[in-house]
Ligand binder design. Structure first.
Ligand code: SAH
Length: 239
């Protein structure tokens, strides 16, 4: 996958994109990322990228011309996604569908936001990473790139994203590693038993318990008509 990111602050991406999974994905040629400074697309002497809002009010608004020029200079297809608190909520399902794309373009706002003509006539999608306001779209774009790139075939071990939280509206079961006892707190016996069927049953039950407690909104979307789930839910009810 190729990602083009348009921003006024390309330096913000240096840490996250050069460590861990993203670094490896790039080194292995599964992911390439180009950072474009919108300021480089200005044509005026002072490289102005923002201006006062028409109609008055506090803050500055990013001007349309440099953004159109910057994107049009390199655009080769795929969705052009504006990061904005007014967009559709980004989630694992959106991440999965973006992971199928060959190219994506992410546009980061700053200050009070971006001239509406960019939203209407340049971008194809608008995404929000949550119901809060960030100072800029850079952190949001990093979240999207991170979540999407770990779903690209070959980036992680096959199967490792199948059972995790949000893959099927279910939060993941609790995980433990060595030692078996720490400060007197023991790992549940079933996990040490080597009994695969019992382990799978325990994990399913704990995933259901967690999802019901922490995310009733997700729990309500689950199809729990299967024989095992009916039984596990009854056990949870009975305490
Ligand atoms: N005045 C705007 C907010 C501007 S915040 C409004 O009320 O809607 C400045 C920039 O940060 C935005 O242009 C956007 O690119 C980014 N941003 C802020 N919050 C975000 C969020 N929750 N998700 C994605 N991008 C966000």
């Amino acid at each position: 996958m190729h990602v083009d990111i348009f921003t006024l602050f390309p330096g913000m991406f240096q840490g996250p994109f050069n460590e861990s999974m993203l670094k490896r994905a790039r080194e292995r040629g599964l992911l390439s990322i180009d950072l474009h400074n919108i300021r480089d697309a200005t044509t005026d002497k002072h490289h102005i990228v923002d201006d006062y809002p028409y109609g008055g009010g506090v803050g500055m608004v990013m001007k349309p011309e440099p953004i159109f020029a910057a994107v049009e200079a390199v655009y080769q297809g795929g969705p052009i996604i504006l990061m904005t608190p007014q967009g559709h909520l980004f989630n694992q399902q959106v991440a999965r569908s973006l992971a199928q794309e060959e190219r994506i373009t992410l546009l980061c706002g700053h200050y009070e936001g971006i001239d509406e003509r960019v939203c209407q006539h340049l971008v194809t999608d608008q995404l929000s990473i949550g119901d809060y306001v960030l100072t800029g779209g850079e952190l949001a774009a990093m979240v999207v790139v991170d979540a999407v790139s770990r779903l690209i075939a070959g980036v992680l071990t096959e199967g490792s994203t199948d059972e995790e939280s949000h893959s099927a509206n279910l939060l993941e079961y609790p995980q433990y590693t060595r030692p078996p006892e720490f400060c007197g707190w023991r790992v549940p016996d079933v996990l040490l038993s080597g009994h695969h069927e019992q382990i799978a049953r325990w994990r399913r039950k704990e995933a259901l318990r967690r999802t019901r407690e922490r995310r009733p909104d997700l729990f309500a979307k689950l199809d729990l008509s299967g024989k095992l789930d009916v039984k596990l839910l009854q056990e949870l009810e009975d305490g």
